[in-house]
Design a protein around this ligand. Structure first.
Ligand SMILES: NC(=O)c1ccc[n+]([C@@H]2O[C@H](COP(=O)([O-])OP(=O)(O)OC[C@H]3O[C@@H](n4cnc5c(N)ncnc54)[C@H](O)[C@@H]3O)[C@@H](O)[C@H]2O)c1
Length: 340
């Protein structure tokens, strides 16, 4: 790699892809975007013009075969990720890819192997690990400030239901949402999940029944070091985007996250109030910026990222087990542990 800056192509310029492209250009040191790609007519051209990117295309193959591209940032729909990562591996391009890698466990294992065999860097978008509050919790747990971490409690509440077109390909609430809790719980507790039970119901959005999905769910899980945890996921948080966690240790607890958006309290004759974080871009702005910085730093140093394709596969295995448990009504044991 000769370029001073890591030359990236951004694949998929939708809700999150546009945001990642903007972050790469404005907030990440050592990165450049050489190409943007999206099959939606006119989309890549518009984004290229907005950001002053020289090259755009509606065909992802253009990025893989482009010798000027060092790394691809894959923010396309989940069903396309696996094939693109395999292509990246075959062309020797490093990969940042949004979660999940795929909805099929076998495919996730295949992709993980392809990444390892090709020796490319592959970081997956479990951005909570980079959020300053979660990252600080990790440091404090390591420093022994709450003793031994014993229990993880997490909430992932979306402000509303995404449209049916998204739900039908999302893999369901455990795979789409709780997967973030499984990842950060494994990271903070420092252990692997060995058993899980999942529960869920449609409470607000009847259209989800047609897709076998639920809009409110709870999973309870056990770790191989004796710790335990639970994660609630919901599409019914009309007050805003509500992501919080608690780590209960033998000597104390850590509360992570809050509802308040800005440090502003509004007072008038009706009382006092503050505004609530509206969406994931607001809550995780720093995390999205810092995860891309970590990726670029890893590409440059050839160090393994702190969240890999193997982590993504383990997280998927746990989420699929929670889904299976919800349907069967039985706890699922992940033998011998939730690893590959
Ligand atoms: N980490 C997170 O918190 C988080 C949040 C939201 C979404 N995501 C993930 O990001 C990914 C994208 O989600 P989104 O909400 O931005 O979706 P989106 O539908 O808004 O955008 C997807 C874009 O990809 C384009 N596209 C479709 N097929 C393509 C192909 N073959 N090649 C190139 N581009 C293609 C579409 O035209 C669209 O512009 C999903 O995997 C999703 O799970 C992660």
């Amino acid at each position: 790699m000769t370029a001073a800056r890591i030359q990236c192509a951004v694949l998929g310029l939708g809700r999150l892809g546009y945001y990642h492209a903007k972050n790469l250009l404005t907030e990440v040191r050592g990165a450049a975007i050489v190409q943007v790609i999206d099959p939606l007519p006119g989309r890549a051209k518009d984004v290229a013009q907005t950001f002053g990117v020289a090259s755009y295309s509606d065909d992802v193959l253009d990025a893989f075969s482009n010798p000027a591209v060092d790394a691809v940032v894959i923010v396309t729909p989940t069903r396309t990720h696996a094939e693109m990562i395999k292509l990246a591996a075959s062309y020797g391009k490093d990969v940042f890819v949004e979660k999940p890698l795929t909805l099929q466990l076998e495919e996730s294992i295949d992709v993980t192997k392809a990444v390892e065999e090709a020796g490319i860097i592959c970081q997956v978008g479990f951005m909570r690990r980079f959020d300053p509050a979660y990252a600080d919790a990790k440091r404090r747990i390591a420093a022994g400030e709450i003793g031994k971490p014993l229990y993880y409690k997490g909430f992932t509440r979306d402000a509303g239901a995404p449209p049916p077109e998204f739900i039908k390909d999302s893999g369901g609430l455990f795979v789409d949402c709780s997967i973030h809790d499984y990842d950060i719980a494994r990271y903070l507790i420092g252990a692997e999940i060995t058993a899980i039970s999942g529960h869920g119901r449609v409470l607000k959005y009847p259209f989800m029944e047609a897709y076998g999905d639920v809009d409110h769910a709870l999973s309870y899980f056990e770790f191989d070091n004796g710790a335990a945890g639970d994660a609630e996921a919901s599409r019914n948080s009309p007050y805003g985007y509500d992501i919080r966690a608690e780590i209960i240790g033998s000597e104390g607890s850590l509360f992570i996250g809050e509802l308040r958006d800005k440090s502003l309290t509004i007072l008038n004759a009706t009382g006092s109030r503050y505004e609530i974080i509206p969406d994931f871009q607001t809550r995780f702005h720093d995390a999205y910026r810092l995860e891309l910085q970590h990726f670029i730093d890893c590409v440059r140093s050839r160090n393994t990222p702190i969240v890999t394709a193997e982590d993504a596969t383990i997280n998927l295995k746990i989420a699929l087990a929670a889904t299976e448990s919800m349907r069967s009504g039985k706890k699922v044991v992940l033998q011998p542990q939730a690893s590959l």
